[in-house]
Ligand binder design. Structure first.
Ligand code: RIB
Ligand code: CA
Length: 342
């Protein structure tokens, strides 16, 4: 009996040690130094609240805005609104490119409303924009950053980052990873039969980023169209019963209508918020490293992402393409973070 008790005591001690090591390593997990580039946009605002509610994991250096869903003045105001709603006016907002690099500008007011944010009242937020253009902010910050230390979350057309890369290619030294909501392969497009909006809105910019050699992760429609709202999930968010969850519920109730109708789905995607979930809990998602090219030629495939999923061309893998995700795990995490806000 004595030997058995001794063995049990040893086992208990090693389990205790193991749990302590796991706990400390989780705490000590590196914070992600993050810049979020965004064109709010309904799903952008949900993503921003999600990210701004997660300071333990995300050290958000700045929000940089770009024209996309709506014009730059409105995407910049909406980013400032999201910041105010999250109680995070410590995070600066820099306005960036007012239009795509080459193509004629397009917008998505039909989906996001004239103000770029339907379902909620929009107004002039208290705190203004930071001084200076987002492109210069990206250049200065990434040039001065420790090697490969800063992650970029791209939630709209990639114009700002592309312009920064063209002006100062050596900024790649400061970039750890670029996580992009954009593209479509298995799913087909949402703005044309083959193109997703962010890529279609500035394919030349996406090409510059793809060719920069930085570590890229794409969250395309292939995965965002598998992470859909439902009555139960909207109820789950509403049950949080604070201001932030009310705002998210009101935004989503309006925002998902377009996709539900267009695709005949029982729920709608929250595209940009999947980027934040990926940063916080990558284990919710699966994908593979692939070669991706984007078509910037005028014509029916303008803005299409061509993904060599089966590596037929044996071309260099230039992106991690996320193809699947745990939908309920996403909504559980989003709900848990919204509950941390007021
Ligand atoms: O196609 C979806 C993407 O386009 C999202 O980022 C949405 O906000 C729009 O910008
Ligand atoms: Ca967006």
């Amino acid at each position: 009996m004595h030997r058995y008790a001794q063995k049990m005591r040893q086992l208990f001690r090693s389990l205790l040690l193991l749990s302590l090591i796991t706990a400390t390593s989780a705490q000590a997990a590196e914070k992600i130094d993050l810049i979020i580039d965004t064109d709010p946009g309904a799903d952008d605002v949900v993503a921003l609240l999600f990210a701004l509610a997660s300071p333990e994991e995300l050290n958000i250096r700045a929000l940089t805005t770009v024209a996309g869903n709506v014009r730059l003045d409105k995407t910049s105001r909406n980013a400032r609104l999201a910041r105010e709603w999250a109680g995070r006016e410590d995070v600066p907002v820099y306005a960036g490119a007012p239009k795509p690099m080459m193509r004629t500008p397009i917008y998505a007011e039909n989906i996001h409303g004239k103000e770029g944010l339907s379902g909620v009242e929009v107004y002039e937020p208290k705190k203004g924009l930071a001084k200076g253009n987002a492109v210069n902010y990206l250049i200065d910050t990434l040039k001065a950053a420790k090697p490969h230390s800063i992650t970029l979350a791209m939630l709209g057309p990639q114009t700002n980052l592309a312009l920064a890369l063209i002006q100062e290619p050596e900024i790649v030294q400061g970039i750890k990873e670029v996580v992009i909501m954009g593209g479509a392969h298995f799913n087909g497009g949402n703005i044309t039969p083959v193109a997703e909006f962010n890529l279609y809105a500035d394919p030349q910019a996406a090409e510059v980023v793809l060719k920069s050699g930085v570590k890229l992760t794409y969250l395309p429609l292939d995965v965002t169209h598998k992470i859909l709202t439902s009555e139960a999930r909207l109820k789950q968010i509403a049950a949080v019963n604070n201001k932030a969850s009310k705002i998210v519920g009101d935004i989503l109730n309006e925002y998902v209508k377009g996709d539900m109708e267009h695709y005949g789905m029982t729920g709608g995607p929250v595209h940009d918020a999947t980027v934040v979930a990926y940063l916080l809990k990558p284990e919710l998602f699966t994908g593979r490293s692939v070669n991706v090219v984007v078509d910037s030629r005028e014509g029916p495939t303008f803005g299409q992402t061509i993904v060599d999923w089966y590596d037929g061309l044996k071309a260099p893998k230039n992106a991690y393409w996320v193809q699947d995700g745990d939908a309920q795990g996403f909504f559980d995490l989003l709900t848990e973070r919204l509950a941390r806000l007021k």
